[in-house]
Design a binder for this molecule. Structure first.
Ligand SMILES: *Cc1c(COP(=O)(O)O)cnc(C)c1O
Length: 361
């Protein structure tokens, strides 16, 4: 990123001089590398400010350009707020929204998706992986069900990219959202994959302007962030399998350590085979959640997600699993990552056990 912050400061849309050409070359190189990372074509990648914007562009953009009468959308109840809040607004504006429940481990049933579709359905939006409880959705099957009914399928893949296999050659989704900072890239950058094979999908842009990104996302391109996003993805993909194994083992040992020393611990989300390798989410019975989190401020953990921690409301994802308010609040989400070591896991396990025991005592 540094050369594009310091020396190559050109605007990628300046077509009349070398500064612009160099910036444009960097952007197009990044676009190719990101596309290659997910088995897509470069023209299928649009840069945005992050997954929030990608989700908004996918859903609002599709609804804004769908044929008359296609005014129904289907979402899962555990989606990110940047999907659920868009759905809620569309509903207030007169569109029809189906919110699909999840089972006790946070899984969506593809049959339920198929059953929700009708001739008015414009879009289905189901995330590939849930950030709070790590549940992996059967997006391959859901995509097939949507394709069979000619319904556009969008998936928020910001938690899946770089963490689990993701290839647009095998996953028949029309729209995929990505975020830079979920893959150790810069904040403020993301992408939307828009399938170009089959009839090109039309989207109405969120805002009008200079017509960058084929008119879908006007505004001067943030060249350093784009370069950083591409490199971050390559690094994640290079280490993906090894890291998935390493983090999965660490996560399992964290769970085992805590469970061997404490009663009344519930695993939120599915078992290891159907969840993100680096995610662990636990509820502790008979504990005050806020006090527990406060006592554990030496650990960088949270109860719900950073996206909604500005409010004290319990996580909508844990509530969807059937948890009471108080149990949902007495939950800890552990996110392991590139910097997590076995010593960190030992320390975290010991601290959690100590504090839960202290509070129960
Ligand atoms: C983080 C996240 C988002 C929002 O991404 P930003 O790039 O921060 O806007 C959307 N969906 C999921 C599943 C996420 O984890």
């Amino acid at each position: 990123m540094l050369p594009y912050l310091r020396d190559d400061f050109g605007n990628a849309s300046s077509t009349s001089h070398q500064y612009g050409w160099r910036a444009e070359a960097a952007v197009e190189d990044a676009r190719e590398r990101i596309a290659a990372g997910i088995g897509a074509e470069p023209e299928e990648i649009i840069f945005t400010s992050g997954a929030t914007e990608s989700n908004n562009l996918a859903i609002q953009g599709r609804l804004g350009s769908a044929p008359p009468g296609r005014d129904h959308i289907v979402v899962g109840v555990t989606e990110h707020p940047s999907v659920l809040e868009v759905a809620a607004r569309l509903e207030r504006e007169g569109r029809r929204v189906t919110r699909l429940p999840v089972d006790g481990s946070g899984m969506i049933d593809p049959d339920a998706v198929a059953a929700a579709l009708d001739e008015h359905t414009a879009l289905v939006s189901i995330a590939a992986a849930n950030g709070e409880i790590g549940a992996l959705a059967p997006v391959g099957e859901i995509a097939q069900r949507c394709r069979a009914r000619d319904v556009v399928f969008h998936s928020d893949a910001s938690q899946a990219l770089g963490k689990i296999p993701l290839d647009t050659g095998t996953l028949d989704a029309d729209l995929l959202s990505f975020s830079g900072h979920k893959i150790y890239g810069p904040k403020g950058i993301g992408a939307l994959y828009i399938r170009s094979r089959r009839p090109r999908l039309l989207l109405r842009p969120l805002f009008e302007g200079g017509g960058q990104e084929r008119g879908l996302r006007s505004g001067t391109l943030p060249v350093p962030q784009i370069v950083g996003l591409a490199r971050a993805l390559e690094l994640c993909l290079e280490e993906r399998e090894v890291e998935a194994g390493r983090l999965g083992n660490l996560r399992d040992s964290l769970l085992e350590r805590i469970r061997s020393e404490l009663e009344g611990v519930r695993l939120n989300g599915p078992g290891p085979g159907a969840r993100l390798p680096a995610n662990l989410n636990l509820s502790f019975e008979a504990v005050d959640g806020e006090r527990l989190l406060l006592a554990l401020s030496d650990l960088a953990i949270s109860s719900g997600s950073a996206c909604s921690s500005a409010s004290d409301a319990p996580s909508h994802v844990l509530e969807a699993l059937g948890h009471s308010d108080s149990l949902a609040k007495a939950s800890l989400r552990f996110g392991l990552g590139r910097g997590t070591t076995a010593e960190d896991i030992e320390y975290a396990a010991a601290r959690v056990v100590e504090e839960v025991k202290r509070q129960r005592g």
